[in-house]
Design a protein around this ligand. Sequence first.
Ligand code: X8Z
Ligand code: ZN
Length: 614
Amino acid sequence: MLKMKLLAAGAALAMAAGLGGLATSAQAQAQAPAAATAAKPTPAEARAFIAKAETDLARLSEYVNKAAWVRATYITEDTQWLEAKASSEITDMATRLAIDAARFDGVVLDGVTRRKLDILKRALVAPAPQRPGAADEMATIASRLDSTYSTGKFAYKGKQITLNDAEDILAESRDPEELKAVWEGWRSISPGMRDDYARLVAMSNEGSVALGYKDTGALWRSGYDMDPDAFAAETDRLWKQIEPFYKNLHCYVRARLNEKYGDSVQPRTGPIRADLLGNMWAQQWGNIYPIVAPKSTTPSYSLDKLLVDADYDATKMVKTGEAFYVSMGLAPLPDTFWTRSQIVRPEGREVVCHASAWDLDDADDIRIKMCTKVNAEDFYVVHHELGHNFYQRAYKDQSFIFRGGANDGFHEAIGDFIGLSALTPTYLKQIGLLDEAPGPEGDIPFLLKMALDKIAFMPFGLLVDRWRWEVFSGELTPAQYNDGWWALRTKYQGIVPPGPRPQDAFDPGAKYHVPGNVPYTRYFLAHIYQFQFQRAACKQAGWKGPLHRCSIYGDKVVGARFNAMMEMGQSKPWPEALEAFSGETRTDASAVAEYFKPLNIWLTKQNKGQKCGW
Ligand code: X8Z
Ligand code: ZN
């Protein structure tokens, strides 16, 4: 996993390691004069440098991945120590390599070597300053933040409850007092993280500046084969394409919540109360489908219920996910996947429950780590995580530096794309979960359910890093972290907290990827790519119906083409990977529009006479 974080574009959910990067001062001094005075290096030297870097990184990353895995699946003082030690070692190495890579800046090189050098330079997610002890300090803080989040518990109704318990209450309860209490309870864990987080930000900024970036936000934006500022503008452009759909959905959902809870809980105008949306972060709203379901249609199925009724357990969910990929002609997962993965929350020890996919040896040792529940949400997450694993296995024969996603959004989009088929009623019927797939009258209910997850997610997917970009640039100081967070939550999502936030609140820290230091724009991009993949795949499959009803289950032709794209890893700029599969070279939300078109028309009708927006 560390390698994932180290080589940012490769990231499955990258775990703790990979933070920081330190050339000790002795090392840095040894290099500086060499860089300044040596004769211009030759292309042969550049190739030798890359070859050695790949060997060294591969060797060290397996050890770091194992330390990270053990800490994530068995959180103790000791495993945190071991992970931090390993992590600081590899960031030492990676920083040294990033600095060294710059020596070849003016050298005319073959494309492969040039690209590998470029990737090396931006490989760290949180580079450390070049002074003794800095990488150690950062790695220790990073491991502590991730562990504090993952072991967080708070008192509710006289019991200590976990995030998993709290998420269930947010999903199922319709009592606004209870929702508020649990929502606020989970946010009592994060205030203690703020100082650690601020320290990590300051140190990683120092490290980024030393590597030639304006700040760590600029480093993160540099991973998309274009200028960092152009990338920021690109995300603006994409959001503008999606914003009208989101506002339509927001307007409709707000009206239904107002009907359900009354003006005193959810006013008819203005932002939506964040704890009423069925999810701890109001990032996917599918859990409140029963509240917002169209009144006129006959009740549709609930995937939550279908899974329980069919006696699914966690392993069966993962087996079902695997079977989808296999149906497309991909090889089954190796036996070690089943013996080494963490599929359910283990008893008697603390673990990181936030789902992730791992590739420990950059070859065959792929695993997932989940605390799987038998419900619709985790049915989606299982397909999502396996997407990471199938991608990792597809590009394993690339050289080390190219083993990663075309960009990090691609890595997140693979499983989501498969999920778009796996959630269709047609497919659920094919695998025996559903007796009868609804006819066209089921389209609006189905699309509404999908939009509650996919369209609702997009502003959240965008704003998490908008916030971090402001944090890294210094636009937000630690004292302003929380207010700045809510300003963005209201601006993009149109939501507000259920009550005033305490002085010491650090609500961004209540979202995994902030203490976990995992960049988030990848998920925003993935929510667009997955629909582009789907549009292309369905065309290849000869599908003539509406895009949202298409399932590519069992299609080996699509599978082969998709695998060919995955096999490229990050050996080529991402537009080439996109083109290889879809024929398109740009990120384009028009596929999202096409998929949801009937729903958007329907929502517009429902919203007639409403004052939308907030
Ligand atoms: O973190 C994840 C995956 C692991 S890469 C479960 N996701 C984001 C989240 O949960 O916040 C998937 C969708 C968005
Ligand atoms: Zn993921």
